[in-house]
Design a protein around this ligand. Structure first.
Ligand code: DHB
Ligand code: FE
Length: 292
């Protein structure tokens, strides 16, 4: 057993909760009218389910106990990012041109070591897994290359664990910030991640087991791609042939985001090309007078 297999829901939940508190500068929130409208609808939806489904006191108390345990184990970021974030992302990006986005999930960390393309993500000597050369270019919706675009990427290792959220991994393992060249080209060497199973030993895992669902996300690479004057995109890329591409617990797969790597001619693992097309910022759009 490696140390990584000792990862627990409580540890990754606590890490994700701490990370959220540090990095998400939750601003002024929203207006009183919006709070009243949104909280009112949520409460009504729950009451409607109780009435329609004739929910019993046993079921109500099971819900209460479960909600308490989600908070105690710090699993709210995991719960929300698996079951809610996908629709928030759809709404946020409905007006975006260019590449598709998808959920960020709970394990992003800003400040991964910066390298210029061609780059190799920080990894252990003999990092397990199939080597993967991920390459492409970053361009605008008008097709212009975006020189010096920044590609932040993070992904799980060959056992499905993320550095800084599972024990025993070097700090920045399989996390990096890569600067594209003056043609917007990037080449990144990494390993192909494994499918990820959300922790099964905590409150989210208990729900999944009680409902008879599965806990899997397809293997994925997380990305944030940005360039001056353009809207940062948060996305993920998946791999053709992965059984969970059609059955992601987090509902975050989109057809455009599924890669089909091929074997490299030199036999050294696989390679795949994917181009990022970034939309302009609203400020840039205002300047050129394109309306939304
Ligand atoms: C979760 C984990 C992920 O790696 C991800 O991409 C989305 C959600 C989670 O455990 O909630
Ligand atoms: Fe993930």
């Amino acid at each position: 057993m490696t140390t990584e297999t000792q990862a627990t829901a409580a540890a990754s939940g606590a890490g994700a909760t701490a990370r959220f508190r540090e990095n998400k500068h939750v601003g002024g929130g929203t207006s009183q009218a919006r709070v009243s409208a949104l909280a009112g609808r949520l409460i009504k939806a729950v009451n409607d389910i109780v009435t329609d489904e004739l929910v019993s006191y046993d079921e109500y108390n099971a819900l209460k106990a479960w909600l308490i345990s989600v908070g105690e184990t710090g699993e709210w970021p995991l719960f929300l990012d698996v079951w809610v974030e996908h629709s928030v992302e759809e709404v946020a990006n409905a007006n975006r041109h260019g590449s598709k986005g998808t959920i960020e999930g709970p394990y992003y960390l800003p400040g991964a070591p910066v390298q210029h393309s061609p780059a190799t993500l920080p990894m252990r000597d003999e990092e397990p897994g199939t080597p993967l050369l991920f390459q492409g270019h970053v361009k605008s919706v008008a097709g212009e290359p975006l020189a010096g675009a920044q590609i932040e990427l993070w992904h799980a290792d060959d056992l499905g664990f993320y550095s800084q959220f599972a024990p025993g991994l070097p700090e920045w393992n399989l996390r990096g910030t890569v600067i594209a060249d003056d043609q917007g080209n990037f080449q990144i060497n990494t390993i192909q991640p494994a499918p990820y199973q959300i922790p099964t030993d905590g409150a989210c895992g208990a729900l999944i087991a009680a409902a008879g669902w599965h806990a899997w996300r397809p293997a994925h690479i997380h990305l944030k791609v940005s360039a001056a004057g353009h809207r940062l995109i948060t996305t993920q890329l998946y791999f053709e042939g992965d059984e969970h591409v059609a059955d992601d617990i987090a509902s975050a797969v989109k057809p455009d985001l599924v890669l089909a790597p091929t074997g490299r001619a030199d036999g050294q693992g696989r390679e795949v090309t994917y181009d990022f097309i970034l939309d302009r910022t609203t400020e840039a759009l205002d300047r050129i007078g394109r309306s939304r």
